[in-house]
Design a protein around this ligand. Sequence first.
Ligand code: GN1
Ligand code: MG
Length: 350
Amino acid sequence: MSNDAACAPGLQSVLAAYGAAGGAPVPLGAGLINQTYAVDGPQGRFVLQRLHPVFRPEVNLDIDAVTDHLAARGLLTPRLLHTVDGALWVEADGAVWRALTWIDGTALERLGNAGQAREAGLALARFHRALDGLEYRFRSVRLGVHDTARHLAGLREALARHGGHRRYSAVEPLARRILEAAAGLPVLPAVPGRIVHGDPKIGNILFSPDGQRALCLIDLDTLAHMPLPLELGDAFRSWCNPAGEDGSRAFFSLELFRAAVAGYAAVAGGFVTGTEWRSIVGATLTIYVELAARFCADALNESYFGWNAQRFPGASEHNQLRAESQMAAAESLLAQLDAAGAVVRAAFAG
Ligand code: GN1
Ligand code: MG
């Protein structure tokens, strides 16, 4: 992952703002959007993040309000640190930086077993339950996050714009496959939004250092009102693919799905409506195809997702593999639709 911000000229002023002048940030985590570091300051270790410009600085007001509520409900959560001047973020070099409390734990890139899947389900359900009934108007609102039609249009546009791309002929057939799969997606019923995490992929759940227990959710920039099935679809598309997001042998694990859904329903069964839980499988399939479209478009645009220059010659290759991986998992789920539906029914109505 490119982490050139570690040597950004403004970094020392950012560290000073948090009372950690002279600290040496160490790159942390595998996020594709923000750049994240661990810093050892005089008051102890903390997390420092340089926000991607897709997020407004006011997102920090939302994180502050929601984590306040989570903490008041007894949940473990990262909290924003104030600067020595009492601010929730710092602007330097045209970027927004913020700091968060350190929680000892490990972020997994893929689930290893059903016990972890159940833990992830419990953690996400506790998060949703704690926010159920919270009245809050978000200061930072990103439109069209799961507007699948918009993401598909973005893919078509990338095809139209990048006919001369060095990898066009490799990417184009995959793009056609994604657009074809999209045409067969179920129509999801409209449901009222709830306050959700917005990006509950496995890497955004912090596990205990031994990997046995899910401690809390991290990376809270995508908090939003959103239909619950889309949130759950985004969680399960990630959690139930044991190959991870850029593995070459992606599939949908019914075993992980069963454990994750059971964990989720054990805590949230009481407030999830029938319309919501009946849409979970269709939403999971939808998010696979939607995210495949986003990765595939970026295989031509090469402008959005972070990528690993140690493993791939270019952003295009990395994003193509990610798109292929989402599609392989989607096709695997498609072949197990009835069984997946039965898993959800057993958990919520059994
Ligand atoms: C991005 O920042 P990160 O890696 O947690 C992306 C999500 C995708 C995810 C796929 C703001 O999340 O939408 O699902 O990559 N975040 C944004 O790994 O686009
Ligand atoms: Mg993340």
